[in-house]
Design a protein around this ligand. Structure first.
Ligand code: ADP
Ligand code: ZN
Ligand code: ZN
Length: 818
């Protein structure tokens, strides 16, 4: 008799997949891509993905039996396996790391999983099987249960299938960071009671209401709205159209003239507006789209370099239309923050229900929903609009990939592994599907522009804004000079104040950009110079006035603001530097009659965090919006005429070889928020260094000059895109251990890579959460084989961890470090 085995990928960072034995009957049923629950180690249970089915008994260990098959059909596709393999080898991580990043938490239950009752949904217990009921009941008394507890309650070992059933019934959810609790979105509708559907009855009613003209108006309006369209009428539409209030509607409901009802709208859906045709492109856009299509004839990747507000999005829309007409799926990648209702409803206007949205603030259940729709090639997920991790969805027949704002560094995942770049991964994904990728940006990354110059990518340029609005006028204000001449009020120069006053007088809005949050990043004693530091990290604590706290931006440590110096006891404490909180405060003092809001990490927590701020600004309930780089990402505000950059210098002085490129991108992007519709916008940049090349290039909107100059540096100093980089970080809480380990590691690397090894070096913040960090950088010339390079690094890494003293040191490999 033949023995049957499966290779299973487990969601943990181990190098190899694991082999388990299965029965003959199981072997006929199991297919790659299905989930199985399996024992691992002494006590653990994991959900794994079947990668292969075979008859080869493992030589080193006895294959254990699986516990259970969890799926009837595969949930992971063949192409996903290809992508996972690529990611794991390219980014030097375990395939299990990729699996964990790809699958929604609810898909990979294990013995450590914690579940809770879903409070949002009333479950009919009659629908529950006996064992399901036992668990559901236990959750009435306990807020959460571990898988082990469930095992005890039902007195069974293999409970994952049971948990899975409860998840599918939405009786429970997997415990995770919960943002706003999901509430089914109920829309209130009204209709006339049936008895008034008859003409005569309605006539009588209207006569009766002649003494209540407001109520009569509501009924008349409802009647005419209903006559115009068969669609249900939301209460809000009715009150607007009849110019009445919901109180009057309520009276009519109480009098049993109107009837109200609720409809639960689909969970992962925003507005249910009517679909409209896409816009007619202008001439420049027409030319651009023709060039893109021509370029796609012999290029797989095209860069659309179009200035801010040139109408790139409308071009994407046309290309998406073509792709879905051919029955294909489309992936549209965006930085997290740009994924707000602004763009979502813009696309839903064109494509209605065919748009599915996917981002990290979604709950596991919502992600499962999108996953299943993409997997089943549902018409509800023709177009996936998503942030980084949406490249990992189970696409079927992908026909186009769009990466908008391709220069955004948030496309690169920092931690944990896989430390992948979503743009580059999306290109690989498109290749697997033999389809095309369009990268779009007003300020392309040097990497991408270099590839275009090398003719590895096609290049299409759009140099004018839509409607021929001029690019905003940029004014550089020398604040050193302004300080000297006493022309500053707080952190505002007279020029900025003048421009603000004028803009507000014209009824326009203002964006103020400051690259730091909090009130002040350093508190310093005027007597002895001491400044409070984080106990676990090597950074000074930022003062947050709103909570009267000192906070560490690296580890989250916080304490009450000190009243006197911890060192000498002096009460003379000074603020050094300033953050968004302080700007907000100063603005409200300077312009007390105008509304100010702030958008930064502190004000945008929660699922709808950004949405709320963005929509109040869009609705012009706020005149001045103060914020960090969040403001720069592809937002389209129609009434903003002025952008103020409070201080450009701390961007430019950041210790990183990409600092200048990034400053250019950030400043140009934030400037691009000004004057997007008709009148020319204005940008005021305050700086101590108005002659800085980057600022000059920003003010003349000269991307090419920036590109050439930065590329010279990259050539000279052997940095990307000329060389590739792999960064190795060693971490441990013992300073000496990190030092000795890093020296050993670097020395071994130098034997192979000679001068192309830099470091080891402590980064500017060398201790975070009590762990010392030390970095080694490997520069890889384009002619050197990447595969061989990685193989050597892995070999050195495994000798490193075989040294007993070094084993506790964490080693992090970061390929294409951004
Ligand atoms: P980008 O993506 O390049 O920043 P957008 O696509 O957001 O630019 O376009 C800027 C503005 O111009 C948007 O408000 C958009 O609706 C409008 N717009 C762009 N193209 C057209 C068009 N062909 N017809 C009408 N309006 C357009
Ligand atoms: Zn002091
Ligand atoms: Zn800290």
């Amino acid at each position: 008799m033949k023995l049957h085995f499966i290779d299973v990928i487990l969601p943990i960072p181990i190098e190899n997949s694991f082999t388990y034995s299965i029965t003959e009957a199981e072997s006929e049923f199991i297919k790659p891509g299905m989930r199985v629950s399996v024992p691992f180690g002494k006590r653990k249970i994991y959900t794994g993905i079947v990668q292969a089915i075979h008859n080869n008994q493992p030589l080193i260990y006895d294959a254990k039996e699986i516990h259970q098959i969890l799926d009837d059909t595969p949930i992971v596709t063949e192409t996903q396996f290809q992508l996972w393999e690529w990611m794991s080898s390219y980014y030097m991580c375990a395939i299990g790391d990729v699996m964990r990043a790809a699958l929604p938490g609810a898909f990979i239950l294990d013995s450590e999983t914690i579940i809770s009752k879903n409070m949002a949904l009333e479950i009919n217990v009659a629908d529950l099987k006996d064992d399901e009921f036992l668990i559901y009941e236990a959750l009435q008394h306990q807020s959460s249960l571990k898988i082990q507890d469930i095992s005890n309650i039902v007195d069974k070992k293999n409970v994952l299938p049971l948990v899975k059933r409860l998840l599918e019934k939405e009786a429970i959810f997997v415990h995770e960071e919960i943002f706003d609790k999901y509430k089914p979105k109920l829309v209130r509708y009204v209709k006339l009671q049936n008895k008034f559907h008859d003409q005569d009855a309605l006539q009588v009613l209207l006569e009766e209401l002649s003494r209540a003209p407001k109520q009569r108006e509501v009924v008349m309006t409802l009647f005419s709205l209903t006559a115009r369209s068969k669609k249900p009428i939301p209460v809000s539409d009715l009150t607007t159209a009849s110019n009445s209030s919901s109180a009057i509607v309520k009276t009519l409901i109480d009098k049993e003239i109107l009837e109200e009802y609720h409809v639960q709208t689909d969970r992962v859906q925003h507005d249910d507006q009517e679909v409209e045709g896409s816009k007619r492109l202008n001439e420049a856009q027409e030319v651009a789209i023709k060039e893109i299509l021509d370029s796609f004839e012999n290029q797989n990747i095209v860069l659309l370099h179009g200035v801010t507000s040139s109408g790139k999005t409308e071009i994407y829309v046309k290309l998406i239309e073509d792709a879905i007409k051919q029955g294909k799926q489309v992936l549209y990648l965006l930085p997290e923050i740009a994924l707000t209702t602004q763009l979502v409803s813009r696309l839903q206007n064109y494509f209605g229900e065919q748009v599915a949205v996917f981002h990290s603030k979604y709950s596991s259940n919502e992600r499962v929903e999108v996953w299943n729709q993409v997997l089943s090639n549902s018409p509800k997920a023709r177009i996936v609009l998503g942030a980084r991790s949406s490249v990992l969805l189970p696409f079927h027949d992908l026909g186009l990939v769009i990466v908008d704002e391709e220069h955004e560094q948030s496309y690169k995942q920092f931690d944990p592994a896989p430390r992948y770049h979503a743009r580059d991964t999306a290109i690989v994904l498109a290749n697997i599907f033999k389809t095309k990728t369009l990268l779009g940006s007003a300020t392309p990354s040097l990497e991408t522009y270099f590839n275009a110059q090398q003719q590895k990518y096609g290049l299409v340029e759009l140099t004018t804004r839509f409607n021929d609005v001029l690019m905003p006028e940029v004014e550089l204000v020398d604040i050193k000079d302004k300080h000297k001449r006493k022309r500053m009020k707080g952190h505002f120069s007279d020029r900025l104040i003048e421009e603000m006053t004028e803009t507000l007088a014209d009824g326009h809005q203002i964006i103020l950009f400051q690259n730091r949050r909090g009130y002040s990043p350093i508190i310093e004693c005027e007597t002895c110079g001491h400044s409070p530091q984080c106990p676990s990290c090597d950074v000074s604590l930022t003062y947050h006035q709103y909570r009267d706290q000192l906070r560490c931006h690296y580890c989250g440590y916080n304490s009450v603001m000190i009243k006197k110096c911890e060192a000498c006891g002096s009460v003379e404490l000074d603020n050094k530097g300033f953050g968004t909180e302080q700007v907000e405060k100063e603005v409200s003092l300077l312009f007390p009659d105008h509304k100010v809001a702030r958008m930064d990490l502190d004000t945008t927590r929660g699922k709808y965090g950004y949405e709320k701020i963005i929509s109040t600004f869009e609705n012009q309930e706020v005149d001045i919006l103060v914020g960090t780089q969040m403001l720069t990402k592809g937002l389209d505000f129609r009434n903003v005429k002025l952008v103020g950059v409070m201080n450009a210098d701390n961007l430019l002085n950041f210790p990183d070889f990409r600092a200048h490129e990034r400053s250019f991108q950030l400043l140009l992007q934030v400037s691009g928020r000004a004057g997007r519709t008709d009148k020319r916008g204005k940008v005021v940049i305050q700086t101590y260094n108005p002659h800085h090349n980057i600022l000059q290039q920003v003010s003349s909107n000269n991307y090419l000059k920036m590109y050439k100059e930065q590329m010279d540096d990259r050539y000279n100093f052997k940095y990307p895109p000329i060389y590739r980089l792999i960064k190795i970080t060693l971490k441990h809480r013992d300073y000496n251990k990190v030092n000795v380990g890093a020296d050993w590691f670097a020395k071994s690397l130098r034997q192979v890579f000679k001068d192309n090894v830099l470091g080891p070096e402590f980064p500017p913040v060398s201790r975070i959460r009590n762990q010392y960090h030390k970095n080694i950088l490997i520069k890889i010339p384009s002619k050197q084989s990447l595969a061989k390079t990685k193989a050597s690094i892995l070999k050195i890494n495994s000798s490193f961890s075989s040294v007993k003293d070094f084993r506790p040191i964490r080693v992090i490999l970061n390929v294409d470090n951004y």
